[in-house]
Design a protein. Structure first.
Length: 585
């Protein structure tokens, strides 16, 4: 996340610092200590916040270095005491020198091994400057609030190591308000969960929780819940999520043990995966988006992070192209293999991914195996290449493996997990080389060449053809095909005339433009051809920027979506393609 430009100063108890004391280690024997967290959500009109209390009991009274650490996830320390307010402790505590996210308890000579800490975390308004620049911080939307456990609940450390303890977390909200968490599902007013490990990351929501549903396959629990309003699509999503997760478990040889909890939200965009729960945005139009293959793949992508990102871990971010790009491809492959997206769409999506990668300025300038590349450049050329170029690399690698008589790319995931689940640049390249693909690795991983996706589609069993796509009919004829042009004629019953456009108006711009304009078939004979293939039909909010005399106008319209467009593409072939979407270790 980008750092906010604002600089806020320490206030109150956080206005001074001290060095952390060092001392003896805590005995790592039986769990005798307890840590009880209580998080109470207060909507306080205009000033919503979280009130956090931590009660610690049963520590070794001889301990001399006990600290509490609040992970700087989302870079909350940029906001200083605006984020972490009214910090108090018994015994008292203060920031450790050089570590603004860690606080030391000032232990008395005769300490009984217990402590209590409290603090308050304000929720920033959704859509505010702070929330837009620090999107992982707790926020309050119109109907619900969202936060994460990892940057709201302090971890307790003894000599820098997590305390061995029994932990409980209580979430509380006023007036039996719904609470939804990745740890415990959906409750009302209060939810208590126990944890046999240190604080990790979970999604938490309080407020308007719409319909939610639950199922169980063997020992694995599945839950889907919607936040905010909108039509209920939970059952529809739950059906294929259960099938998809089962498929991933079968191919990788590792099934999930934690409940699969998916939260569909009407705020924001994209998706988030945590240790406990995944979030995917659906906007305000649930039923339409539920059928979108793009939405399905977004959900599948976040869920596959349970394997790449969960079972498989990297020590740093030098392999983002693997963790994100390979996840994007393997989630798409699994969805096509179970029939939840069509094979035709699989090919279409791979071509889109390839085109996006090839448009980036980083093309040919960076190599995936370069450890010094900053892959997280805020959706810039490097991050786009990691996602799109990484997915293209994964697909062609899968095809090359199968063409060489290997079982396919999923075997890579199985082999890495079998070796302990840790990977780095070296182990990824070594695996490719062990499969006889040293040249592939040299050119496309250590080198800077993006592999040929179109040739790989043919090798996998797809056949070349034409893909039909819709056009956007406005009923406008103009004096040129240029962006700035004059209206020469209008269909009197067409969308543009109905919206108020007039002959003689000069068009200066439009929205939303279409990437990769399709061809217009010869069967489309209308003389009103302006923007037939220039507007994006899947996005609403169309308008034209128009100059009429001295007036500058913005005319909103609703184009008629008509058939007759096509793009060169690939379609599902025969038996060879069946084998490609099968994996038998």
């Amino acid at each position: 996340m980008r750092r906010d430009a604002a600089v806020l100063v320490w206030i109150g108890l956080l206005s001074w610092s001290t060095s952390c004391r060092t001392g003896s280690s805590l005995d790592s024997g039986p769990r005798t200590a307890t840590i009880d967290y209580r998080v109470r959500y207060q909507k306080n009109e205009g000033h919503p916040d979280l009130q956090v209390t931590i009660k610690i009991r049963g520590l070794d009274p001889e301990s001399s270095n006990v600290t509490l650490s609040l992970e700087d996830w989302g870079e909350w320390s940029d906001l200083d005491a605006y984020y972490l307010c009214a910090l108090q402790g018994v015994p008292p505590l203060a920031p450790c020198e050089g570590s603004p996210a860690e606080f030391a308890l000032d232990l008395p000579e005769r300490w009984d091994g217990s402590a209590q800490v409290s603090y308050r975390i304000p929720l920033v308004p959704h859509g505010s400057r702070v929330q837009q620049s620090h999107g992982l911080l707790p926020w309050q939307g119109p109907t619900y609030a969202r936060w994460f456990t990892v940057n709201t609940l302090m971890r307790v450390l003894v000599d820098g190591e997590p305390l061995i303890a029994h932990r409980t977390i209580e979430f509380a909200a006023p007036s039996s308000m719904p609470i939804a968490t990745g740890l415990g599902g959906v409750s009302h007013g209060r939810q208590v969960v126990t944890m046999g490990h240190d604080i990790d990351n979970a999604l938490v929501y309080v407020g308007e929780v719409g319909a939610h549903c639950r199922s169980q396959a063997g020992d694995l629990v599945f839950e889907v819940a919607q936040l905010g309003g909108g039509a209920n699509i939970n059952e529809e999503v739950l059906h294929w999520v259960e099938k998809y997760v089962g498929s991933c478990g079968r191919t990788t040889g590792r099934t999930l043990s934690e409940p699969v909890r998916l939260f569909l939200v009407d705020e924001g965009g994209g998706g988030v995966r945590t240790d406990h729960g995944q979030e995917v945005a659906i906007g305000k139009d649930g039923p339409r988006i539920a059928r979108s293959p793009y939405f399905k793949q977004t959900v599948a992508h976040e869920l596959f992070h349970n394997w790449i990102g969960g079972f498989l871990q990297a020590p740093d971010e030098s392999t983002i192209w693997f963790s994100e790009g390979f996840t994007d491809y393997l989630s798409l492959w699994h969805m096509a293999s179970i029939g939840e997206v069509s094979r035709d769409w699989f090919a279409e999506r791979m071509m889109e991914i390839d085109e996006e990668a090839r448009r980036e300025s980083s093309l040919g300038k960076i190599a995936f195996a370069d450890p010094d590349v900053d892959w997280r450049d805020g959706d810039g050329p490097n991050e786009t290449m990691a996602y799109k170029g990484g997915a293209s690399l994964a697909f062609v690698l899968d095809v090359e493996l199968r063409e060489g008589g290997k079982t396919g790319l999923v075997q890579m995931i199985r082999d890495l997990m079998a070796k302990g689940g840790e990977y780095d640049l070296g182990s990824l390249c070594q695996w490719m080389e062990s499969q006889g693909l040293g040249d592939f690795c040299a050119h496309h991983v250590r080198g800077r060449e993006i592999p040929d996706v179109r040739a790989a589609l043919l090798e996998a069993g797809f056949v070349e053809g034409r893909i039909e796509v819709p056009l956007t009919y406005l009923g406008i004829a103009t004096d040129s095909e240029q962006l700035i042009c004059k209206v020469t004629d209008l269909d009197p019953q067409g969308p543009a005339a109905n919206a108020g456009l007039k002959v003689g108006d000069q068009i200066a711009g439009y929205f939303p433009s279409r990437d990769g304009r399709p061809e217009v078939a010869e069967s489309v004979t209308t003389p009103y051809r302006f923007l037939l293939n220039g507007l994006e039909p899947s996005v609403t909010g169309w308008y034209l920027d128009v100059t009429r005399g001295d007036q500058a106008l913005q005319i909103r319209l609703n184009p008629e979506i008509i058939p007759g467009g096509y793009v060169p593409g690939y379609r599902a072939g025969g038996g060879k393609l069946d084998a490609f979407f099968d994996f038998r270790p």
